[in-house]
Every structure is written in structure tokens, then in C-alpha cells.
Design a protein around this ligand. Structure first.
Ligand SMILES: Cc1ncc(COP(=O)(O)O)c(C=O)c1O
Length: 404
């Protein structure tokens, strides 16, 4: 009998360090423990009412496919109600510049696939959003890391980007605000990095899914966007999503925005192969565009409080961390040698009065071997009293932990 074998791609696919602990945490929960999930960016914030109502009011007779690049009226509304606030003095975004995707995740995959062939390289700044590496694996490309450091607040030195470019480099992919770093690139930094891309003929994939989550600025301030950078129009590919903006991770609607016709054409062809993004969810995402500013003011105030609670709690137990400027993650250095083992032990074997904590080991957020081994990522997506409790659990765990 012939035996089947998986592809190398299938066999070697990296598991997501963000979700890796899910099975163990479920088991711990089934055994009666309460598990506080700080490993994934699943906010507990309410989705805007208008978005929920759009789902409830959906009343078509046939649940049909949508166009492959998304509904025309949704793309028009995205351009006029959302992106044209962001471009500042740069040319407007039109519906034609937008391809609606299945979450920001699919926009990332399409963007990376549109600009690389197997064997090419994409630059990433580590620690990075771990799925950049996951998609690179699927596409048969390499991620070459430029390392950034907590002591510098993860600021990127553009000279290091330039130095990492090789003949195989096709572009770079960066999140701002950053996951897991919270780094926000200033307009000037975006201009500087875009200029490097221009000099070397590289694409700049700018992942802006946390654009609203910026803490040390007046309410309503958005993180600077690559869309507002002059002269970067052909290189710039923006990744976006409703997941975090409207606390609507289950809607699975995102988009790719670019003024580059060829990139859009490739993305559309990929989109035709998967037929269409979800119909009803686009209707809800369209309603979400009318979410009032008070919603964001409330949400950002809440996250800022959570961030401050986590940072001051960790400092009080002797863990040195700086407040992240945006998004809702914190890379936390721990006095352990292997944060993967520690994170598993936390859910498998430890509890304080029946409660424990799930965190994401940070090794998988780096390409450079050995980095992140003594760090975890904590997502501050829980209410402040629970975050305080989580810090207490962590403190007790660090005292009790005896690595085998
Ligand atoms: C930086 C970043 N980009 C993209 C995504 C993709 O999100 P989604 O596919 O839910 O839009 C995430 C999700 O956590 C993220 O953190």
C-alpha cells in the first residue's frame, strides 16, 4: 500500500505561539480551573451597537456571494468616511484602491504573496507579529530580522533596515502601532523608512490594524499612516481590519489599501480564487463606519487604564517594563530561562485558589535563535481588577516555579 506524505511546507508549519497554549488552557478549564487569557488579543470590549444591529437587521432572501474585492458601496464608504481622514494632504483614496479581505490576516497573505516569489526575503523588525513568519513559511519566503530592543522602546534604527537589505529583499512588513511592542512610528520615521524602500525598490507593507489604539495623545488622535507619506504611493500597501477597531474579531473583515494598480490586480486575482469575503459581515462593517467618536474615547480610555494597571503592577513585583505607546500588548521579561516551559507550567500545574493565567511565550515573535526565551507577551484585554489579579498570580508563580 502506498503511503501518503505531507509536503515539507505542511510538516514544518510553525504553530502560532499565541494560540499554542489553547488546548492546555482548555484542559485546565475543563478540570475546573479559571484561566485568565492574556495570551491572545481578544478584547472583552463591546462591539458598537450599530454593528450588532446590522447583523440583526440583515434580511436578504438569498445569502449570496459578494464581489471578490468586496461590495462597491462598502469600499466607497470606507474611502470617503474613513481613509480620506487619514491621507491628510496626499491624494484621496478611492473605492478602486481597496480590496476587502477576510480579516487583516488575508490582506497580509495577499500583500506578501503579491510581492514575493519563493526564495525571496521580507524584512521584519523583531519582536514582530508572529503570523508574518507563519505566512512567510506558507509562501516559501524568508523573514530577515532587524532586532529592536525594549531598552530603546523598540525604536527602529533606519540604518539597520538599510544594512539588512540583500539582493533577495522584496520589501518590509511592519506594524504600527506594534504588536507586541506598542511602538508607534512617527510620520517622520515612516517617511524615512519609505525613502529607504524607494531607494532600493522595495515594497512597504504597513500593518495599521491598531491605528486607533494610541495612548499618550489627545482623544481622536490616530497613529500616523503610511497613506499620508508623500512620494510613497507605489510602494505602500496598507493592511487593515475591523477586528480590533470595533472589537469585532469574529467578523473576519479586513482590507488591503494601495494606490499601486499592479498590487491591487494581483490581490484581486488571489481574491477571485477564494471567491468572496463574507456578505453579512461586510454589511455590519459598513454600519461600523458610523460608530461615534465617544465609543473610541471610551475604549481608548479603558485600554490606557489597563495598560497603566499592568505596567505599575509588574513594576511593583520587580519586573521592569515601560508603558507601550499603542496597541494592547506588552512584552514582559521574566526571571525564567525558558518562557515556553513556564507558560505551559502556569496553565498545567499552577493556580492560586483555582485561578491561573495564560500568556504567550515570546520566542516565536523572533527569528533570531535564542531571543525571547525569557519573555512573554501579555495582552491587556481584560478588566483592570482581573489584570491586578493576574499580576498577583504571576508573582506567586514566579516564587513557586522550579524548572525541571
Ligand atoms: C499586527 C496584526 N496584524 C494583523 C492582525 C490580523 O487580524 P485579523 O485577521 O483579525 O484582522 C493581527 C491580529 O491580532 C495583528 O495583531
Amino acid at each position: 500500500m502506498n503511503t501518503t506524505t505531507l509536503s515539507r511546507r505542511g510538516m514544518d508549519a510553525p504553530s502560532s505561539p499565541i494560540r499554542a497554549l489553547a488546548a492546555a488552557a482548555r484542559k485546565a478549564q475543563d478540570s475546573g480551573k479559571t484561566v485568565h487569557y492574556m495570551n491572545i488579543g481578544q478584547p472583552d470590549i463591546e462591539t458598537p451597537r450599530g454593528m450588532i444591529e446590522a447583523y440583526q437587521e440583515y434580511d436578504e432572501k438569498v445569502l449570496a456571494y459578494a464581489p471578490s474585492d468586496g461590495f462597491q458601496d462598502y469600499r466607497e464608504a470606507l474611502a470617503s468616511k474613513y481613509y480620506n481622514r487619514i491621507v491628510q494632504d496626499q491624494p484621496p483614496i478611492t473605492a478602486e484602491d481597496i480590496v476587502v479581505t477576510v480579516g487583516g490576516s488575508e490582506a497580509l497573505l495577499f500583500a506578501m504573496a503579491a510581492i514575493t516569489d519563493p526564495g525571496d526575503e521580507l524584512l521584519v523588525c523583531e519582536p514582530y507579529y508572529t503570523n508574518y513568519h507563519g505566512y512567510a513559511h506558507i509562501l516559501g519566503i524568508d523573514t530577515s530580522p532587524v532586532t529592536t530592543h525594549a531598552k530603546d522602546d523598540y525604536r527602529i534604527n533606519p540604518a539597520n533596515i538599510e544594512a539588512a537589505i540583500t539582493g533577495k529583499t522584496r520589501g518590509l512588513v511592519l506594524p504600527t502601532p506594534g504588536n507586541p511592542t506598542g511602538l508607534i512610528l512617527s510620520h517622520e520615521e515612516l517617511c524615512e523608512i519609505a525613502a529607504i524602500c524607494d531607494r532600493h525598490g522595495l515594497f512597504f507593507i504597513c500593518d495599521e490594524v491598531y491605528r486607533e489604539f494610541i495612548y499618550d495623545a489627545p482623544h481622536g488622535t490616530l497613529a500616523p499612516s503610511l497613506l499620508a507619506v508623500p512620494g510613497a504611493h507605489e510602494q505602500a500597501i496598507i493592511i487593515d481590519s475591523v477586528s480590533k477597531r470595533y472589537s469585532a474579531c469574529g467578523a473576519r473583515i479586513g482590507c488591503l489599501v494601495t494606490r499601486n494598480r499592479e498590487v491591487r490586480k494581483a490581490a484581486l486575482h488571489f481574491g477571485q480564487a477564494r471567491l468572496s469575503p463574507a456578505t453579512v459581515d461586510q454589511r455590519a462593517a459598513m454600519a461600523a463606519l458610523d460608530t461615534p467618536q465617544e465609543y473610541f474615547t471610551r475604549v481608548v480610555t479603558e485600554y490606557k487604564g489597563r495598560r497603566d494597571t499592568l505596567v505599575s503592577g509588574l513594576k511593583a513585583i520587580g519586573i521592569p517594563v515601560n508603558p507601550p505607546k499603542g496597541a494592547f500588548y506588552l512584552a514582559v521579561p521574566l526571571p525564567v530561562e525558558n518562557s515556553d516551559d513556564f507558560a505551559h507550567w502556569l496553565v498545567d500545574e499552577f493556580d492560586v485558589d483555582g485561578e491561573t493565567l495564560c500568556v504567550a511565550p515570546l520566542g516565536g515573535f523572533y527569528s533570531t535563535k535564542g531571543l525571547g526565551q525569557n519573555e512573554v507577551r501579555m495582552a491587556y484585554v481584560l478588566e483592570q481588577p482581573i489584570i491586578e489579579k493576574c499580576v498577583k498570580i504571576l508573582e506567586a508563580a514566579l516564587k513557586a516555579y522550579k524548572p525541571s
